[in-house]
Design a protein around this ligand. Structure first.
Ligand SMILES: [Zn+2]
Length: 363
């Protein structure tokens, strides 16, 4: 691909490359062999200097099969629960008229169930849904559902899965007759750059947004941050979705991450503190393990509190995912634990509760 998928500019700059990343960073595999042979893809993270859009130039859609079982819920954490409640509180203030809500890409339906439990007339759409809640339609939201007429469409962490999110937004807005409001939530690439957070770069994340680049999709919107600054939210009228993509005037030249230097820094740190267990088998932990361990065996295991991930293996280096109690009982297997999401630091420190184990996180 030689052009920006949104503005067609050729003024592109590669800021980070990673070879052979797990294509499904949120999946754990039943056996080490399956994890070792799971699909991998290359990341060529590219910034369009003209419009500030960020995307993986070597993304290969044929590697993805979203019908596969994957699990990106973090519902077992109290911090995460508070953050979800914060979204509902925000929606009550910003979109008080929202009674009928459609959540597009509702995953396991956890946020949908929270909305239902708090009195919203909510319906979810997700072809990968595996539960039995009749309020979830196992399908993509499209013209087929144009009679839904929702007051509010919720799109949490789903707009990053396609190379042209502007087009996807139009497909979805059209199915709701360009009426009502939309709540969009995505990772904040400005936060990722400011923190040199290379482990947020995952294969599943095909594109990345800044507040400016996301807001440029609409004539007007309310934009803010949540989840300790890591996520952007945007609330807008669907009627304000621009007909034509209008590049954000700030462009992308200011996006100058130093990911490679930071990877080298944490590789050194990990070597000094090896063997090093990683806490968190989500996208961040899987990217971190891949870049830091690189098959050298520095990272013997991953720890996670999500029971559906425990006792599986992550790709591509096949480290086992252990429940905290099992991992913490294996004295000598690792010297230190690295927490990949500092938002959970205090919560995890309480769980570890062992002064003999060094606890590390991003400085
Ligand atoms: Zn562009």
């Amino acid at each position: 691909m030689q052009n920006c998928p949104l503005c067609a500019s050729q003024n592109l700059r590669t800021v980070f490359t990673v070879g052979k990343m797990s294509v499904f960073p949120n999946m754990v595999f039943a056996t080490a062999e399956e994890a070792r042979t799971a699909p991998v893809g290359d990341m060529t993270l590219t910034v369009c200097d003209d419009c500030g859009f960020v995307f993986n130039q070597t993304f290969d859609e044929s590697l993805l099969d979203f019908n596969k079982k994957y699990d990106n819920e973090q519902k077992h954490s109290a911090y995460y629960q508070q953050y979800l409640q914060g979204i509902i509180d925000l929606l009550r203030v910003e979109v008080p008229e929202a009674k009928k809500v459609a959540e597009i890409g509702c995953g396991k339906g956890h946020f949908l169930e929270l909305m239902l439990s708090q009195g919203f007339d909510a319906i979810g759409f997700d072809p990968t849904y595996e539960g039995d809640n009749p309020k979830v339609v196992k399908d993509y939201f499209s013209d087929k559902y144009s009679t839904e007429n929702a007051d509010l469409l919720v799109m949490r962490h789903m707009l990053y899965t396609v190379m042209n999110p502007f087009e996807l937004l139009h497909t979805i807005a059209k199915a709701n007759h360009y009426k009502g409001k939309v709540y969009i939530e995505v990772l904040d690439f400005d936060w990722i750059v400011a923190n040199d957070s290379f482990c947020d770069i995952c294969y599943e994340q095909v594109v990345y947004f800044t507040r400016d680049s996301l807001a440029s999709f609409f004539n007007k919107s309310t934009v803010g941050n949540l989840f300790g600054g890591q996520y952007i939210y945007l609330i807008a009228d669907l009627a304000d979705l621009r007909h034509e993509y209008t590049p954000n005037p700030k462009g992308g030249k200011h996006l100058q991450p130093n990911f490679e230097a930071n990877v080298a820094h944490y590789q050194n740190l990990a070597t000094q503190h090896a063997p090093l267990a990683i806490w968190g088998a989500g996208g961040k932990g899987v990217s971190f393990a891949h870049l830091i361990d690189a098959g050298k065996g520095i990272v013997p295991c991953i720890i996670d509190i999500n029971p559906s991930k425990q006792n599986g293996f992550i790709a591509p280096h096949a480290q086992p995912v252990l429940p905290p109690q099992t991992a913490l009982a294996q004295v000598g297997k690792f010297k230190s634990i690295f927490i990949v999401n500092p938002n959970y630091l205090e919560e995890i420190k309480k769980d570890i509760n062992n002064p003999a184990i060094e606890v590390l996180t991003f400085a």
